[in-house]
Design a protein around this ligand. Structure first.
Ligand code: FES
Length: 157
């Protein structure tokens, strides 16, 4: 999508939502739902429509980790950081995921294949530690199983 197309898509979203009370957050959510992230080109469009400064819009985007500023990878790997998972090795699994992919939370591998995101309980606590690959929840994940999942991704990419 070109910068001009991003501005046009942003303007359409903003137009339909700018008069909602507290419209900034819903607009940012809609942008991310539709574009996969909140592009830099969207910021001035949103700021102007809501009569805010660009800095104010940037401030909200950076306050909430949920908002991405770069396009996500083709797949997203969510690693559960909640208590049940942490009590059975989740922390080591997080570390392994970061080292194996060579990225930190909210980052995407250089080949654009995987984005790594934390998540807080997948409702799969009985089978902790758990991860989710896009929509698929996987339980009892060891470092070895995580490696196999990532290898499968590379094979099917
Ligand atoms: S705490 Fe990880 S799935 Fe519930």
């Amino acid at each position: 999508m070109t910068p001009e197309q991003i501005k046009q898509r942003t303007a359409i979203i903003v137009e339909s939502m700018q008069f909602l009370p507290g419209g900034l957050l819903p607009i940012l959510h809609r942008l991310q739902d539709q574009l996969g992230y909140v592009p830099e080109e969207s910021v001035p469009v949103v700021a102007k429509a809501l009569n805010l400064s660009r800095a104010e819009v940037h401030g909200v985007i950076s306050f909430y980790h949920h908002f991405r500023r770069t396009p996500p990878g083709r797949r997203t790997l969510f690693v559960c950081r909640s208590e049940a998972c942490q009590s059975v090795g989740g922390r080591a699994l997080e570390q392994h995921a970061k080292e194996r992919l060579g990225i930190d939370w909210h980052e995407t591998t250089t080949d654009g294949s995987v984005t790594l995101e934390p998540i807080y309980c997948l409702g799969n606590c009985a089978c902790a530690p758990a991860v989710m690959l896009d929509e698929q929840v996987v339980g009892r994940v060891t470092s070895g199983r995580l490696d196999a999942l990532i290898d499968d991704l590379s094979a099917t990419d």
